[in-house]
Design a protein around this ligand. Sequence first.
Ligand SMILES: Cc1cc2nc3c(=O)[nH]c(=O)nc-3n(C[C@H](O)[C@H](O)[C@H](O)COP(=O)(O)OP(=O)(O)OC[C@H]3O[C@@H](n4cnc5c(N)ncnc54)[C@H](O)[C@@H]3O)c2cc1C
Length: 366
Amino acid sequence: MRFAHPLIIGAGPAGCAAAIALRQLGADCTLIEHHQEVGDPLCGGFLSWRTAEQLGVLGVDLAKLGAHRVNKLRLFAAGLTAELDLPQQAFGLSRHALDTEMRRVALAQGAEILFDSIRGFDKNRAKGRRDNYDAPALFLAAGKHDVPRAGRPRNAKDTTAGLRLRLPSSPERDALLGGVIELHLFKGCYVGIVLQEHGSANVCLAVRKPALTTAGGSPVQLFGQLAEQSPVLAQRLGSDWKGTKIDAIGSVPYGYICHETREDLYRLGDQAAVIPSLAGEGNSIAVASGVAAAEAFVHGVDASAFQRQFAKRAQRPVCLASVMWHTAEHPIGARIALTLARLAPGIIANFADWARIPPSTPLARP
Ligand SMILES: Cc1cc2nc3c(=O)[nH]c(=O)nc-3n(C[C@H](O)[C@H](O)[C@H](O)COP(=O)(O)OP(=O)(O)OC[C@H]3O[C@@H](n4cnc5c(N)ncnc54)[C@H](O)[C@@H]3O)c2cc1C
C-alpha cells in the first residue's frame, strides 16, 4: 500500500498522540497497530501533571475518564515514612482506559487505523506480516517492543524487570491510598502503588535481576518476601493479592535516549527515550515525542534533526530520574532520601518537578 502521509507504527500513547497532533495540524496519517483489542499494558498507572497538561491539549480529559486524583507522594524505606505534597495534581489511570480513549480521539479526529504487525523497514517502507506500506515518513511508536533490525541497542546493564499486580477496589485500600502515590523502597527494587479508576489498585514493582534471583526468580516469592520485610506493604497488598495474575516485562533499557536515526524514521515514546519508571513520566515522554514529531514533520524537519532535538529535551528528566532510581535502590541512599523528604520536603518536590519533560510550545498550523 502506498501513502502520501506519515505512517505511525504502534497505537499506544506515543503513536496516538502523534496521530491526534498530525490531525490537529491538518495532516492525514495512518496508524498500524498489532492488536485490534486495546489491552492493559504493564505500567505503574501514574500520570503526572505534565502528562495531564499535554493530554488536555490533545482533547483527552483524565478527570472525565474517572482517573483517581493524586496530590501526595508517600515514601517508605527501612521503617521510615515521609509524606509530601506533589507540585501539582497528578492522576491514577489504567493503560486500558488511557489507550482506549487516545485511540478513540485519534479516530474521531480522522486518523485511519490498520491492523498488522511490522517486521522490518526499508527506506520509506514498513514491512508488515500482511502487507508492505510505503510512506514519506515512518513514525516508530512500537514502545517496549523492538522491530527486528531496528531495535534499540541492548547492553548488560539492562537488568531491570517490571512486575505488576492489579488489585480490586476495597474499603481498606481506599482508606490507605486515597489521593496518594506511594513508593516503597527496598534494596534493588521499589514498589509503586496508586489507585486508578473505579478504585482498583495498581501495584508495580521494578526489580534488578539479582534481587529477583534471591527470590528464586519467582515474582510471587518476591512479593511475599517484601511483604514480610514491610508490614505497611503487607497491609496494602491485603490477602487478595495471592492468586492474582502477575504481569511481567524483562530487560527494560532504563536511561536509553535515541540521538541518531534515519531521516525517514522518527522514533517516538520508548523508542525515543526510556525514563526510569520511578519518576512516572514515561507516558508524558511518549505524548511529548508524538506531538513534537508531528510538528517536526509538518514543518519539514527531517527525522534525524527531530531526534537530536528531542534527545536534548529528554536529557534532563531521564538523567535526573536515573539518579533518583540509583539512589533509591541502595539502602543508604533511600535512607538519605527519606530523611531529606522529612526535613525539607520542598527539595524532593522540586526533584519530582524537574524530572518532567519540559513543556512544548502550543500546537499551531504552519
Ligand atoms: C515497570 C514499569 C512501570 C511504569 N510505570 C509508569 C507510570 O506509572 N507512569 C508513566 O507515565 N509511565 C510508566 N512507565 C513507562 C510507560 O509505560 C512507557 O513509557 C509508555 O508505555 C511508552 O508508550 P509508547 O507509546 O512508546 O509504547 P507502548 O505503550 O509500548 O505502545 C506501543 C504500541 O505499539 C504496538 N506495537 C508494538 N510493536 C508493534 C509492531 N511491530 N507492529 C505494530 N504495532 C506494534 C503495541 O501493540 C502497542 O500498542 C512504566 C514502565 C515500566 C516498565
